[in-house]
Write a protein that binds this ligand. Sequence first.
Ligand SMILES: Cc1cc2nc3c(=O)[nH]c(=O)nc-3n(C[C@H](O)[C@H](O)[C@H](O)COP(=O)(O)OP(=O)(O)OC[C@H]3O[C@@H](n4cnc5c(N)ncnc54)[C@H](O)[C@@H]3O)c2cc1C
Length: 419
Amino acid sequence: MGEDKFDVIIVGGGLAGSTAAYILAQEGMEVLVIERGNYSGSKNMTGGRLYGHSLEKIIPEFAKEAPVERRISKERFSLLTKDSAVTLEYAGAKTGTPGCESYSVLRAGFDRWLAEKAEEEGAMYIYGIRVDDLIVRDGRVCGVIAGDEEMESDLVILADGVNSLLAQKIGMKKELLPSQSAVGAKEIIQLDAATIEQRFQLNPGEGLAWIFQGDCTDGRIGDGFLYTNKDTVSLGVLTTIEDIDGKETTIPQLVDRLKNHPAVKPLIEGGKLVEYSAHLVPEGGYSMVPTLYRDGVLLAGDAASLVINLGFMIRGMDLAIESGRLAAQTAAAAKEKGDFSADTLASYQQALEDSFVMKDLKFYDGYEKVMEDRRLYQDCPAKADRLFADLFVVDGSGAKDISKKIVPDLIEGLENYNS
Ligand SMILES: Cc1cc2nc3c(=O)[nH]c(=O)nc-3n(C[C@H](O)[C@H](O)[C@H](O)COP(=O)(O)OP(=O)(O)OC[C@H]3O[C@@H](n4cnc5c(N)ncnc54)[C@H](O)[C@@H]3O)c2cc1C
């Protein structure tokens, strides 16, 4: 390192940034992370369930030391009308087997832990400072500008989240269109651990992930979510920006709507609201991912639009961690070669293409069009309600013939899936 020059400057100490910092420091590189929050995680939000596989590769058995909340052992998916819920619950043994674990997390504690791990390895962090611009000479990114200060490096990794104004400034990314992003609002509601375990029928330490579609978004494209933490519940609603316009209910009102739904209200009764947050999510899928490298710069995590939202699951954190890992590996190879040009850094995009990140994004490419089908949010919950009422409600007016059709159809559907 020259006097004021780092090998790598990382903008953003979220999961993508701190993963990259951890690995670069282990490689013995001089790495500086600049995080605008007062600590890592202070400005970050997620639903949140972390699929553990990508971090497991970097810090094996990380859940033994990391501040994870609960290991998810139960999945629920509900179709909601105003006063009914059709719910599917899955509690398969596979969710807990090595490599398949997922955990509820709260970012304020989790990101801070990961940043501290990176600092222990030798990464340097500066908190409470926003990077305003990049130093660009002859088309090559050479460092960052924060207020009056300029800091130089061979490589800058932009891990600055969904908007990445810095990537926009140097033309690597366009401003998100309303159809390419969603906004999520979330409440953290305190309940003691025993109450959570009793109400959600969980063993100590185990957790539930619950996704809702229908009434909670009031006809908008999106979903509701609930994750059980140690002694809190994370509950919120996510809907596309495009769909906010022209609707009377606000996002906080949608969160209230979910909280007051008869399927949810008794489960959080007596809970105390301890935190409220809102955040954007990139929603455009594979086709929205820009070119992720240029002379002296790489994009990682949400800044690179690496998020998969399928309505029944949302994944961004495991992708952010993997992209941070691959960005760090690319940087280490570039240092070895003494070349941080776009030609060398192109191997990052290829490494991502070869990884689960782009493979999964590509697999679901175009799925956002499926989610734009409004029948999912209005007609389907209403039809499911009518179907289950016909199956289960007996009012003496004569039996419905429906079960004779539903059961054979279900068997045929499952057979087709498995064949
Ligand atoms: C409502 C909601 C629910 C979600 N649910 C899930 C879920 O259940 N599971 C899942 O896997 N994913 C989920 N996601 C997505 C997931 O949270 C993100 O993909 C993930 O947080 C991306 O991590 P990151 O490190 O790339 O970005 P971020 O976590 O956004 O970190 C970016 C960091 O950069 C800092 N920063 C930004 N600009 C600057 C600057 N100019 N200077 C200095 N610092 C800067 C920020 O303060 C922040 O710390 C959800 C997202 C939302 C909004």
